[in-house]
Design a protein around this ligand. Structure first.
Ligand code: ADP
Ligand code: MG
Length: 258
């Protein structure tokens, strides 16, 4: 199983929206896909139609209680797409793990040997704390949503420093599969300028696909559906499909189960 962490310590940059829609696009392309919700806000779980009352086994149980991935995995209404949900309990996990020797490697330990999915996306919380550290330690590669706004690059350097620390200590093989520009607004000169700067600075790391600011993307979660299902032809859905095609092109193909 390939494991892709979706992280950026800033809130509201499009991590969860990206996680939900890229996971849906991969599932539609025939990959058995797991979305692992590692944010105590549980927005990815909600956005995939799993209400809190049904989250009887969660990423908290996985990290803290020793539950297995299978124990905590729920099907969604989308073929090939399962979710491992989060609830607010997860906010306690950082404190509960802090004294444990394997605190950064819990998630990797749980995912090791899991064979039920071809690919797992981890939706990270908006911080660089122990939960995100677990995600980066468990992941093969990192996908970074970057909102086209003035301070975008500043936050990125902090994230890249964390990646280097994780590579040095816990996960030498951690890669960065790419950076995706989100909430792009063609009518806003500043977004255009930021997008140009980011491309100049980071070159090929930046995906060609750019996610536009699109109201359908923000409406879909309240229906418990990915935008790709809620309105598959809206500009946001089309952008996420293009992103998925690029992502597949960058993934090591041989790791997809037959
Ligand atoms: P994060 O997970 O990084 O906190 P979200 O994906 O939850 O960010 O997005 C933050 C808010 O912005 C949500 O209300 C979401 O619906 C909305 N949103 C995300 N991406 C877009 C987009 N491309 N266009 C319009 N709204 C968006
Ligand atoms: Mg989120």
């Amino acid at each position: 199983m390939i494991c892709v962490a979706i992280a950026n310590q800033k809130g509201g940059v499009g991590k969860t929206t990206t996680a939900i829609n890229i996971a849906t696009a991969m599932a539609a392309a025939g990959w058995k896909t797991l979305l692992l919700d590692l944010d105590p806000q549980g927005n990815a779980s909600t956005g995939l139609g799993l209400p809190s009352s049904m989250r009887t086994h969660t990423s908290y149980d996985l990290l803290v209680e020793g539950a297995s991935v299978d124990d905590c995995t729920f099907p969604t209404s989308i073929p090939n797409l399962d979710v491992l949900p989060a609830t607010v309990d997860l906010s306690g996990a950082e404190l509960e793990l802090v004294g444990e020797e394997d605190r950064a490697e819990r998630l990797r330990g749980r995912l090791a040997g899991h064979r039920g999915h071809d690919i797992c996306f981890i939706d990270c919380p908006p911080s660089l704390g122990l939960l995100t550290l677990n995600a980066l330690t468990a992941a093969d590669t990192l996908l970074v949503p970057l909102q086209c706004e003035f301070f975008a690059l500043e936050g990125l350097s902090q994230l890249l420093q964390t990646v280097e620390r994780v590579q040095g200590r816990f996960n030498a093989d951690l890669g960065i599969i790419g950076i995706v520009l989100t909430m792009f607004d063609r009518r806003n000169r500043l977004t255009d300028q930021v997008a140009d700067d980011v491309r100049e600075c980071l070159g090929k790391l930046v995906f060609d696909a750019v996610i536009p600011r699109n109201v359908r993307l923000s409406e879909a979660p309240s229906h418990g559906l990915p935008a790709l299902v809620y309105d598959h032809s809206c500009a946001g859905s089309r952008a996420y499909m293009a992103l998925a095609r690029e992502l597949i092109g960058r993934l090591p193909q041989q790791r997809k189960a037959a």
